[in-house]
Design a binder for this molecule. Structure first.
Ligand SMILES: [Zn+2]
Length: 739
């Protein structure tokens, strides 16, 4: 055995902390069903599902979107599942007019068009394709000098301040990346800009990253990333009906009620169209980390490039069609294990979302087969196929808001998937499901390496770890940690708004490419450059399905709080470190102001503005969080011990513990929601107010520090600590019931 072999063997050592949830007399039977299940998914069927579902553009409101919903419904019924379509009527817009032209110092009109590619038959379905645009931009017609703002995030504007550049009254040009795209126009408007263009720089997903399509998988010069620019961190779903399901068509609506629309007009453009604009900018040379991959010197502006941006949209309440399939539980029909993936795309969307969608459909076929063979899940299984994810998680949010009361009573777990590709297991979710996920991943085989998915996942984490401590954690911890959920797919409403424990599954990391939300994300591209034989589609179906089976049939629900308490302890340390880092940074900056450093070192050839002094960062009282964290740790330990003796539990006491476990995630939420956005109720994780996709842990505390609302920090610490104490109390109650 070589060194590599020794290391690999050592990595198998950590024994899983096991909340498997089956008592001995049922375990054998359940293992048999799980093994049978995993033998069923077939890559060839997934490939055919993908071909059909992505044969034509199928965005919200299009004929093929509805046709797909009906096709999926027919498939579910063919598999023997009880299925129906639920339709909702949220606000959606499509472009009527789009114009980007430079009027000074040279004239140039952007093409705003993606060109068909030879050998890619669906790329020429021009008549059915949505034009390139950002949904939920407001209408607008503006003309102004242009400023390049890098990713367009708050730090970028601080940099602009130091360069003495003001975007008030200007149109900003931001590049895609580093945040939810809707953050860019939001921050631009907050700084006084009147229009926003977002382009895909070749550095990030074009020729700098790799060969462009059709030679390679990366973004060609005319490729554009469509996508929503709604203010997702405010609330998800229909812009007109936060917190309420848009379950019937209405005669009229007022756009002023749509609080998540942008404040300024926005349009996405390709790097082909962005290049002449960037070439016409003067002003300071862009800071090094702002420069992209175009062959030009990046300047910030403002001007002399002057741009005319005009967009007008057709605003309608547009039907979205969710398809819901159900397998009724035999013992606990009112406990629901829910899984979902969206079916709508921006264009053909073979990667996003059809790769995940076609695996879910194959999972449905396999579950239907088990039912025909005599399997009766103890709990009810719901397979949900969402429409309208792309514009703003519309189908999942309106469905979940409509059924909120019932879901909060009955939902056990929500499992989400979306785009899928070859490579490594990616999972984030509720930490109480960490042990379950590790167990499931150890029973599914990676199709390329023929080793357990869990082992490849663990080794990848070791490889990617940045510090020795992280490496030790991934090597020695019984379970591989799972990250907290931010936003960006249909789990958002379940976990953030309703407090239902959730997971997001996918494979990827070996495909790569730059066709996201363009006409080139299609069957020709996917079968050349991504999961070409749909082997990882099968792996996703096996992984998600095994999770569903285990949750549906467990005697005692496989929740475990060691992962949660571990994660909370880590998050508490992180906000303390953040406060310290901010305090020291403010002290250093103020010292520099006092000693005249900025004036002394400024280069007269490069105008710059010295910053003003900052408010010193006061001391905060983190003790309520420390106390809550350690009380959760104690409760989790006792629960783990009590669980070992749980086999004697029967009937009503078992049902009572399971009921508490279903409520556990909700203990971490607060009815009044997060300070600036009451729709988001979760106090341990939420998408960031200025990042969107990315998770902020202990968001109320962290964001008060980051945004210098120091007076609010202690109160937010207390509110967050109360949520954590609530979970600790519930876990103690469950422990008492187990004994
Ligand atoms: Zn998607």
């Amino acid at each position: 055995m070589n060194n590599k072999g020794v290391l690999a063997a050592a990595l198998l050592v950590p024994a899983l902390a096991s909340p498997r949830g089956f008592f001995p007399e049922s375990a054998k039977e359940e293992t048999r069903w799980e093994e049978r299940y995993r033998s069923l998914p077939d890559s060839k069927v997934i490939r055919e599902n993908a071909r059909v579902l992505s044969a034509e553009p199928h965005h919200v409101g299009s004929p093929y979107d509805e046709k797909n919903a009906r096709w999926i419904l027919a498939k579910f019924r063919e598999f023997g599942l009880d299925a129906s379509i639920e339709t909702f009527y949220p606000l959606f817009s499509t472009p009527k007019e789009r114009l980007v032209e430079m009027i000074e110092p040279v004239r140039f009109r952007a093409s705003l068009a993606e060109t068909p590619v030879e050998g890619d038959p669906t790329s020429s379905q021009t008549a059915e394709q949505l034009p390139t645009y950002n949904v939920y931009s407001i209408d607008g017609d503006v003309t102004a000098p242009l400023v390049y703002v890098n990713y367009g995030l708050p730090d970028d504007y601080e940099k602009l301040d130091s360069l003495g550049i003001d975007v008030r009254g200007k149109i900003v040009l931001a590049r895609y990346g580093a945040s939810w795209r809707g953050i860019k126009p939001k921050v631009a408007a907050e700084h006084g800009a009147i229009g926003c263009l977002i382009y895909s720089d070749p550095h990030d997903d074009g020729y700098f990253a790799g060969d462009v399509y059709p030679k390679g998988p990366y973004r060609p010069s005319q490729g554009v990333q469509r996508g929503s620019v709604s203010d997702g961190p405010l609330y998800a779903g229909d812009p007109l009906t936060p917190g309420v399901g848009a379950d019937r068509p209405r005669a009229s609506f007022d756009l002023a009620d749509a609080k998540t629309l942008t404040k300024i007009p926005v349009l996405p453009i390709s790097y082909g169209d962005a290049r002449p604009l960037l070439e016409a900018l003067a002003g300071p040379v862009a800071p090094r980390e702002w420069r992209g991959g175009l062959p030009l010197t990046y300047h910030v502006g403002p001007g002399p490039a002057k741009v005319h941006l005009k967009v007008a949209f057709d605003w309608r309440l547009t039907p979205v069609h969710d398809v819901i399939a159900r397998i009724n539980g035999s013992t606990y029909p009112d406990e629901w294990v829910i899984q979902g993936n969206h079916h709508d795309a921006w264009v053909n969307g073979t990667n996003d979302p059809v790769s995940g969608m076609s695996a879910l459909l194959e999972e449905a076929r396999a579950l239907g087969t088990l039912v025909k063979e005599g399997w009766r899940p103890r709990r009810t299984v719901l397979l949900c196929v969402w429409d309208g994810e792309e514009p703003g998680l519309l189908g999942s949010t309106e469905w979940a808001e409509t059924h909120a009361a019932e879901l909060q009573k009955k939902a056990v777990v929500y499992i989400n998937s979306d785009s899928n590709g070859p490579g490594f297991f990616n999972v984030s979710g509720s930490h109480s499901l960490e042990a379950l996920v590790n167990e499931v991943a150890s029973e599914v085989e990676d199709p390329e390496k023929k080793i357990p998915v869990a082992r490849r996942w663990r080794l990848r984490r070791v490889e990617e770890a940045k510090t020795a401590e992280e490496r030790r954690d991934y090597r020695e911890r019984a379970n591989v940690r799972i990250g907290a959920l931010g936003s960006g797919s249909d789990y958002t409403t379940f976990v953030d708004h309703l407090g239902i424990a959730s997971l997001n599954y996918g494979f990827g990391g070996e495909g790569g490419g730059g066709v996201y939300h363009s006409i080139y994300d299609d069957f020709a591209w996917y079968t050349r450059f991504s999961d070409t034989d749909f082997a990882y589609g099968r792996t996703l179906a096996q992984t998600a399905g095994t999770t569903v089976l285990r949750l549906a049939d467990a005697d005692l629900l496989p929740f475990d709080f060691a992962g949660t308490s571990d994660a909370v302890a880590k998050y508490v340390k992180e906000v303390q470190a953040l406060a310290k880092e901010r305090r020291e940074a403010a002290e250093e900056r103020n010292r520099r102001v006092d000693e005249g450093l900025f004036e002394a070192v400024a280069n007269p050839k490069h105008p710059s503005v010295a910053p003003a002094k900052e408010t010193p960062v006061p001391a905060f009282d983190f003790s309520p969080l420390e106390k809550a964290s350690s009380s959760l740790a104690d409760a989790a330990k006792d629960f783990e011990a009590a669980r070992a003796g749980a086999e004697k539990l029967r009937g009503s006491s078992l049902a009572r513990v399971n009921e508490m476990l279903r409520r556990a995630e909700r203990a971490l939420t607060r009815e009044e929601g997060l300070p600036r956005r009451p729709w988001f109720k979760h106090y341990v994780y939420a998408p960031g107010f200025y990042t969107g996709y990315d998770v902020k842990t202990l968001p109320a505390v962290r964001e008060a520090i980051e945004e210098k609302q120091y007076a609010d920090v202690d109160a937010n610490v207390k509110r967050t600590a109360e949520a954590i104490e609530n979970l600790a109390a519930l876990v103690r109650e469950a422990t008492a019931a187990l004994r």
